[in-house]
Design a protein around this ligand. Structure first.
Ligand code: GLN
Length: 492
């Protein structure tokens, strides 16, 4: 079959179980496409062909023996922030260019246990800090819809790989939008789960109170399959929550759009810098949901102006603390010929970290230092609570909240926005992380340059099933999620 890369996860699962094709054929098909096309997209940092083929053979044996589960033999790409035993894990940083983890992240281990075949590790902004994937030590990844544009970030490699049909789905992480914004820029569906839903064990930390892993795929249905693998309590992550997980696939039709109350925050649609095409596409998608039976309710989210300053204090503060461990002594990059210990620390960190990461470490260290701690960090934590309360109040009268995922479509590679311009682009995603809520992006059309636009739906705590279900039904009634970038049409 030449079009294996067109199949959905359900079709792949059924095809493998029905012996229409083997996992080896499927894996070879994807590896060939990566070899042919990824020189243009540059989504993979590491391709693990040999291991993938061995996993595929084991999957085929399990399918023959009748011991396979639903995803046995299906390929996946992992964001290079998830530790993989025996395979390089870089987090997009020179600091970890030589790092081989002695263990698997829980998400990776669960994927292996489910029979998934790892194609490789995909590119990202260094330590997940950024919105373009240009902050990677390994260079920029291209947006499959237009190769001179970015795929978004920080999970840009995950988004680009799926949008170019170089993986059927991928893992991502979202600290302030890094699943939803690249999904939006690349025309994909991406789910940021409730904080605590997916284990952070073995996921290299950026801002621990905000970080959360989740699925990126073409449709809500595909995401649901991956959520079934990723979600669940993990004793190795003390913030992962002991709570029954849903069967996200079985629940895809579990929420009726009829009668669904969708909150429209009036502050969100008057943000300066909201692109007219983005606004129009999002409004059209809401109209469609209204036709399907939802009610649109105007709501107030009064703390909107506080999102960016609050996030850009808390996230760098936690980052500065988390990234202390990269000191050139234990692991990671070490400067050559240090004259003394201080020189070793200083040069390892200034040579090993890129500019954006250094900037955030400096901001975070400042905000946490004696004399400024109360004025900045403690104050930001108080505002964080108010932002959470704002959402909880809104959820008293609505079921989900709608927003764009980002104010614009994908930037041009090399656009070189100032940090403040870049940070303002996170306005629609970061509050969700500050509150710990789940949210999903769904593709809802294109701008005048044929770049994808995304609709974000924010849910109350633990409402992943509901979000997936609403988007699934929207996707049954529309075909935006079936559109493919030109490069994805190419056959290997
Ligand atoms: N763009 C945001 C940042 O740079 C979010 C990144 C993320 O979610 N990892 O921090």
């Amino acid at each position: 079959m030449t079009d294996l890369h067109r199949l959905s996860i359900r079709e792949l699962s059924e095809g493998l179980a029905g012996a229409k094709f083997s996992s080896r054929e499927l894996t070879e098909h994807y590896l060939k496409r990566i070899e042919k096309i990824d020189a243009q997209v540059k989504s993979y940092v590491t391709v693990t062909a040999e291991q993938a083929l061995a996993q595929a053979d084991a999957a085929d044996a399990a399918i023959k023996a009748g011991t396979a589960s639903v995803l046995t033999g299906v390929p996946i790409a992992h964001k290079d922030i998830f530790c993989t035993q025996g395979i390089k894990t870089t987090a997009g940083s020179k600091m970890l260019d030589n790092f081989i983890s002695p263990y698997d992240a829980t998400v990776v281990a669960k994927g292996k246990a489910a029979g998934l075949v790892t194609l490789g590790k995909v590119n990202m902004d260094e330590f997940a800090m950024g919105s373009t994937s240009e902050n990677s030590y390994y260079g920029a990844t291209a947006n499959p819809w237009n190769l001179s544009h970015v795929p978004g970030g920080s999970s840009g490699g995950s988004a680009a790989a799926v949008a170019a049909d170089l993986a059927p789905f991928a893992t991502g992480t979202d600290t302030g939008g890094s699943i939803r914004q690249p999904a939006s820029f690349c025309g994909l569906t991406g789910l940021k789960p409730t904080y605590g839903r997916v284990s952070r064990f073995g996921m290299i930390a950026y801002a621990s109170s905000l970080d959360q892993g989740g699925p990126m795929a073409r449709s809500a249905e595909d995401c649901a399959y991956l959520m079934n693998v990723m979600a669940g309590h993990d004793a190795k992550d003390s913030t992962s929550v002991e709570k029954n997980i849903d069967n996200y696939v079985a629940n895809l039709n579990g929420t009726s759009v009829k009668g669904l109350r969708i909150g429209i925050p009036k502050q969100y649609f008057n943000v300066a810098g909201l692109d007219a095409d983005v606004k129009a596409r999002v409004e059209e998608s809401l109209k469609k949901l209204e036709e399907m039976g939802a009610t649109l309710v105007e709501i107030d989210l009064t703390m909107t102006d506080a999102y960016v300053p609050t996030y850009y204090l808390i996230a760098p503060a936690e980052a500065s603390s988390n990234l202390q461990r990269f000191d050139g002594v234990r692991y990671g990059y070490r400067a050559e010929n240090p004259v003394d210990l201080m020189d070793l620390y200083k040069r390892s960190r200034s040579e090993g970290f890129g500019k954006e990461v250094q900037q955030r470490i400096l901001i975070g260290t400042y905000a946490l230092s004696a004399g400024y701690y109360d004025a900045y960090y403690v104050k930001a934590q108080k505002v964080r609570r108010l932002i959470q309360q704002d959402f909880l109040k809104a959820f008293e009268s609505v079921d989900v909240i709608a927003a764009p995922a980002a104010p614009t479509t994908a930037y041009k590679i090399g656009a070189n926005l100032s940090p403040v311009e870049m940070y303002l682009g996170d306005i629609y995603t970061i509050a969700v992380n500050l509150a710990g809520l789940p949210a999903i992006n769904a593709p809802v059309g294109f701008d005048k340059d044929n770049l994808p636009v995304g609709l974000q739906l924010i849910g109350n705590y633990w409402s992943e099933s509901q979000l997936l279900s609403v988007v699934h039904q929207y996707q049954q009634a529309t075909d935006w999620h079936t559109k493919r970038a030109a490069i994805a049409e190419e056959n290997a």
